[in-house]
Structure formats: C-alpha cells, structure tokens
Ligand binder design. Structure first.
Ligand code: AVJ
Length: 323
C-alpha cells in the first residue's frame, strides 16, 4: 500500500503564461484564419459548455454517461485492480465519479487540466468523496508534452481516461500523435478509456451544434468577447455570426465564425483584416465509427480491446490496450 497524502499537492506547469495573444495572432494571420478550440474554455466558456451538455439536441454527454453507467462492470474488468487513472482535461470530473464508482479498488487519480481554478475545486471535492484514493492534480496543457510528476512510476498499471469525444478536436494525424504520447505516459501494461462520437445522419449531427436556444452560438461567439477583453486596448472585433456544418469528406463537424462585414483590427502592431463573409475556423469535431477507431489504435501502437455504445448508436466508449 502506498502512503496517502491528503494535503493535495497540485503540480502547476503554468500552461497559460505565454499563449493566448500569440496564438490568436498566429491563427488570425494564417490562411484560412483559425483560433485553437482550447481557448473556448475560460470561465464563461466553461459555463456555456456545461449548459450545452444539458441541451436536448446535444446527445453526446448524456449518452456517454449512460454508457459509463450501464457498462461500468465490464469497463472495470478491462481496467483491472489498483490502477492509476490519468484524465486528460478533467474539467469538473463529473464522469470520473461514475468511473471511480465502478472500479475495483483504484489506487490513484491524476486529473490534468489547463484551468487551475476548476482543477483545484474538483480535485478537492473528489478527495473529500473518495478518501481512499490518492489524488494528484496537475495543471498543464496536455496538447504539449510534459513529464508526468512522480510518484506516477510507482503505479504498475496506468490507464488514461479521455472521455467526451474531446479527441475529435484533433485531426486524425494529431489524434495518432496524442495517442502515442498517452502510450508513452501509461506504458506497456497500461491502457486508455476513450469516448468518441459516432458517425450518423447529418441532420442529427448538425442539430447538436446548432441548438434552438443558441447556446452553442454563444459559446462560439464568446471567443470574440475574449479577444476583445484580453487583447485590450486594441482589438474591437464585431459582427460575427456562428456557423456549424458537417463536412462529409473529413467526417467532422466544423464550427466557424463568419465576419458579416469588412473589418480591420490591430493586434500587437500587426494589422489583421477580414473580408465580408470571411471565416475563422474555431473547432473541428471528428466523428469516428468503429473501423476508424480500430485503425487509429493500430497506427498509435494500441489495440482496440472493447467498444460499448448505446442502443441508438449515437456515441461509443472504447478500451484500448498499449502494445
Ligand atoms: C468538448 C470537443 C467534445 O466537439 O462536441 C460542443 C465541444 N463544441 N458544442 C464537441 C463542443 C460545440 C465538444 N467537445
């Protein structure tokens, strides 16, 4: 048995100290223009995303929750006893609770998140409710490599947890690179529990990103507010509209912001111009069927051991082992 440290030492890689301004400038001076979707999740954006998860049109969250509940026992069998669960982008750790409840004596949980505020809050509350589990919060941007803090090597079985179809934000080549990094972190005896959205009819997909209440539009447009607030005093972007559609060729939902008029702003001494109708790409959300996942796993040096899905085949959860 490992000693328990309930003082909850958060390891902080200070992921936000450089990026926003530079990455926005980089994206808005590229062609086509883009803004990395990780920037959706400031305080306001995180709250809007939580609201999205409860919308009738947005099926992924409730379907994945159903799958984790329904197949908890089988999932626990795949993961095994005494594992260290490493979650990438833990947010409020709501789904983790479902997982921890099903698991056979998990030893430790390492939530990794870019937002320190959320991370501290949720780590505290998990530590309180699961006193027998070692909690090791890490504040970091998991889209870049960093060494996991010790004592993670003490755990013989390390299993990544990447729910919510977040991997869909990455292009397939990037997803493979990310899976390879997870394989390095978790090692040969380890695995990954991965949630991905399934391919399906376009209407259902497009409805999920164009909800009737316009919450997804607000979530997308919050990026413009963020730029205007955080890049003060210069940028004053205005008149953008939300646009989301399913790109069949690439098997992904794309979210864009469209400038409704010609405009020009100054960012760090550089002039950025927008034509009327010009798009900024803000998010890709790739959809995978089982054969896509099988191929992805293979290319990353993993093996697809098991997939679970709901009766309507909306969403799926997979256990991949590291080869
Ligand atoms: C959190 C990336 C999985 O792609 O469905 C929800 C984000 N964007 N509505 C997704 C999102 C618009 C979501 N992920």
């Amino acid at each position: 048995m490992l000693p328990l440290a309930h003082h909850l030492k958060l390891v902080d890689f200070k992921p936000l100290s450089t990026p926003f301004c530079e990455e926005v400038l980089q994206g808005l001076t590229s062609s086509p223009k883009y803004i990395p979707s990780k920037f959706f999740y400031d305080k306001k954006g995180s709250l809007l995303f939580e609201e999205i998860c409860t919308l009738p049109e947005y099926y992924p969250t409730r379907t994945e929750t159903w799958i984790l509940n329904q197949f908890g026992k089988e999932i626990a069998e795949c993961i095994g006893k005494g594992a260290l669960i490493i979650e990438f982008g833990s947010g409020s750790s709501t789904k983790t609770r479902l997982l921890l409840d099903s698991l056979d004596t998990p030893s430790a949980y390492m939530p990794i998140d870019i937002s320190k505020e959320f991370l501290e809050e949720s780590a505290q509350s998990i530590a309180k409710d699961y006193p027998q589990i070692e909690i090791m919060p890490v504040c970091a941007d998991y889209s870049k490599f960093f060494p996991l803090p010790e004592p993670y090597t003490l755990y013989k079985r390390k299993v990544g947890f990447f729910p919510g179809s977040t991997i869909g934000n990455l292009k397939p080549e990037e997803a493979i690179e990310f899976l390879k990094r997870i394989a390095q972190w978790c090692g040969k005896n380890g695995g990954l529990l991965l949630g991905t959205d399934l391919k399906k009819d376009h209407a259902t997909l497009e409805r999920a990103y164009n909800d009737a209440q316009g919450v997804t539009a607000q979530f997308n447009l919050n990026l413009i507010d963020r730029i205007n607030t955080e890049l003060q005093p210069t940028p004053l972007l205005s008149g953008f509209r939300h646009f989301a559609f399913y790109n069949e060729q690439y098997g992904r939902i794309e979210m864009h912001l469209v400038s409704t008029h010609t405009q020009k702003v100054n960012i760090k001494g550089r002039t950025v111009t927008f034509a009327e109708g010009e798009h900024i790409i803000t998010e890709y959300s790739h959809k995978y069927d089982l054969s896509d996942i099988q191929l992805l796993a293979k290319k990353a040096g993993m093996k697809l051991e098991h997939s679970w899905s709901d009766p309507n085949n909306l969403f799926s959860v997979h256990y991949l082992s590291i080869l």
